[in-house]
Design a protein around this ligand. Structure first.
Ligand code: SAM
Length: 229
C-alpha cells in the first residue's frame, strides 16, 4: 500500500481516561514522575469485550497511545520545550510537545488491575493524562526490547529536579481527616515537587498558584526552604 503524502487514516477511540488530573496545569511532563497519580482507562464498545484484554494482566506496564484532545489542532515546525526554559526552540519531532501534527501522545503507565465485571476498566498508576483523554491503542511494555538506559536523550538527559514540599498545619489537618488522606498527600507532594509553575519562574515568589487534583483545590507558593525553593 503506497501511502500518498496526503493520505489520512481514521483512528477510533477505544477507551477514555478517568484521572486525578481535571486540568492540564499540574500534570507532570512525563509518566513515572508522579507514581501516586491514579487513573482508570474505561474501554468503549465494541472494544470493551473482556476478550480484548485476555493475558494483559500478566504485564506490569502498558504503552498508551492517546490524543492530546485539549491541545489545539494546529502545529508548528518549531516548539519551545519547557525543559529549555520556554524560549529555546527545537523541531516538533525532537520534542514531546502536545502541539504536534496528529496530536498523538505516548505514555508508559503501570497497570494495577483489570476489572471485567461490567465492560473493561484498567486501573493505572504513574500517568500524565488529563481526565477525559481519548485513548486509541494499548500495548504491553516489553522491557527486553524497550528499556535502553544507555540511550542518549538530547536536551532532556534525566528527570527534572524535584523540589522539597512543605504543608501548612491546616492542610495537614484537612488531609488527616480524609479516608484517602495518605494517597492524596503523596499525590500533592509528588505533583508540587515537579514545580508546575511556568518554566521561566524558578525562584521564590509572592504569587500564589492554584491547581486541582482529584476533588481538591491546592493552593501553593514557592518559598525559600533549607532544601532549596
Ligand atoms: N508522555 C506523553 C508523550 O510523551 O507523548 C505526554 C507528554 S506531554 C509533555 C505531557 C503533558 O501533556 C502533560 O503535562 C499535560 O499538560 C498534557 N496533557 C495530558 N493529557 C492531555 C490531553 N488529553 N490534551 C492535551 N494535553 C494533555
Amino acid at each position: 500500500l503506497a501511502a500518498s503524502p496526503s493520505q489520512s487514516f481514521a483512528l477510533d477511540t477505544i477507551g477514555r481516561i478517568e484521572s486525578d488530573y481535571p486540568d492540564k496545569f499540574g500534570i507532570p511532563r512525563q509518566p513515572g514522575l508522579v507514581r501516586a497519580s491514579r487513573a482508570s482507562l474505561v474501554l468503549l464498545p465494541p472494544y470493551d469485550d473482556p476478550l480484548t484484554v485476555r493475558g494483559l494482566e500478566d504485564f506490569s506496564h502498558l504503552w498508551l497511545t492517546f490524543v492530546f484532545h485539549r491541545s489545539p489542532a494546529r502545529w508548528t515546525p518549531l516548539v519551545r520545550p519547557p525543559r529549555l526554559g520556554g524560549n529555546a526552540k527545537v523541531g516538533v519531532f525532537a520534542s514531546r510537545s502536545t502541539h504536534r501534527p496528529n496530536r498523538l501522545g505516548l505514555s508508559l503507565v503501570e497497570l494495577m488491575g483489570i476489572d471485567t465485571s461490567r465492560g473493561v476498566r484498567l486501573a493505572l498508576r504513574g500517568h500524565d493524562l488529563l481526565d477525559g483523554t481519548p485513548v486509541v491503542d494499548i500495548k504491553p511494555y516489553l522491557p527486553w526490547a524497550e528499556s535502553l538506559p544507555e540511550a542518549s536523550a538530547g536536551f532532556a538527559p534525566e528527570a527534572p529536579p524535584q523540589r522539597p514540599v512543605a504543608f501548612t498545619p491546616e492542610i495537614e489537618a484537612a488531609l488527616a481527616s480524609r479516608a484517602d488522606g495518605d494517597s492524596l498527600r503523596k499525590l500533592i507532594v509528588q505533583v508540587l515537587a515537579q514545580d508546575p509553575r511556568p518554566a521561566y519562574r524558578n525562584g521564590a515568589e509572592e504569587r500564589r498558584y492554584g491547581l486541582r487534583l482529584r476533588d481538591v483545590d491546592v493552593r501553593f507558593r514557592a518559598v525559600e526552604l533549607e532544601g532549596g525553593v
